[in-house]
Design a protein around this ligand. Sequence first.
Ligand code: AHM
Ligand code: MG
Length: 354
Amino acid sequence: MADSYQPVAGDTLDRDSMTLSQHVLQQLDSFGPEAQDLSALMSRIALAGKLVARRLTRAGLVEDALGFTGRENIQGESVKKMDVYANDVFISVFQRSGLVCRLVSEEMDDIYDIPENCATGRYTLLYDPIDGSSNVDINLNVGSIFSIRQQGEDTDKTGADLLTSGRDQVAAGYILYGPSTVFVYSIGKGVHAFTLDPSLGEFILASEHIQIPAHGANYSVNEGNFWQWEDPYRDYIRYVHRHEGYSARYSGALVGDFHRILMQGGVFLYPGTLKKPDGKLRLLYESAPLAFLAEQASGKATTGKQLILDVDPDQIHMRTPLIIGSSEDVALVESFLQERELERPPVTSGRTLG
Ligand code: AHM
Ligand code: MG
């Protein structure tokens, strides 16, 4: 009798065939209905990401892809054509999916119900379709951010059931549209990154169980707002200006700036300003999902007063200040906010200037 077949391709083929949907099932260690739903949901978000990536790649060649619509969103920000396109992509991939009963987006004032999905849909999806959209017209990196919550029993039009802390997120992640398209997600079992292989049209596993280094050189903040910050933030910036070992990196797109910090360490800040006392970033579909990833990767995210994941929103488009990244670098910013000068980490490299 012939021996049973033994694959010879080994690790390379195993690695190349680890797709996102397969990875979710493996993480949950189940083929049950809940695992299948979450895996399908992640695949649908990935499809939205592929459609957005395709549009972005060809944006300079396609009519009506770039520029503003002439409309403002509920936050009073000018809406770009790409914001609308990406928002519609997410709606389209989830309609008739049977997976998601409601959508909440930066680009929609109200909750978008998909009643035909609600009989089976276990989840609400909250998302920022194009984060950093000021980068779109100049062909720089942008992202999409998503957060998944269990569909509650007592839902109403106001979405009051969604006004709970970020600890209630089932999953969170983002898609980074850069030189390659990268999908990063967590279902509360570590943070994992996938790279889109255009020849396959699949996101393939690139890094598993990513950990943010405890400290990194990068500090990422819009220093043009210095004049609008409270003193502790100014003191922090003066501190990094006067100590060797820090490097400023700010792209104007949170997903890209956060991704750098996830991989290399450091801190991203968007403090409150005179014009926007709660900062610019929205809790439910920007700060909370990234905070979920940061904590899963041993990092930290805070408003300066409270952990981001402990904040109870008062409305779906609520903003919060955000300080996120490596645990030691977030602690350094906090030491200024809390005037804990004696606990400030010592300078370990270089000398103090000025
Ligand atoms: P957006 O989602 O409307 O694009 O706004 C969020 C973006 C973030 O990606 C980025 O960190 C920040 O706004 C940049 O704001 P600013 O131009 O004020 O520095
Ligand atoms: Mg955004």
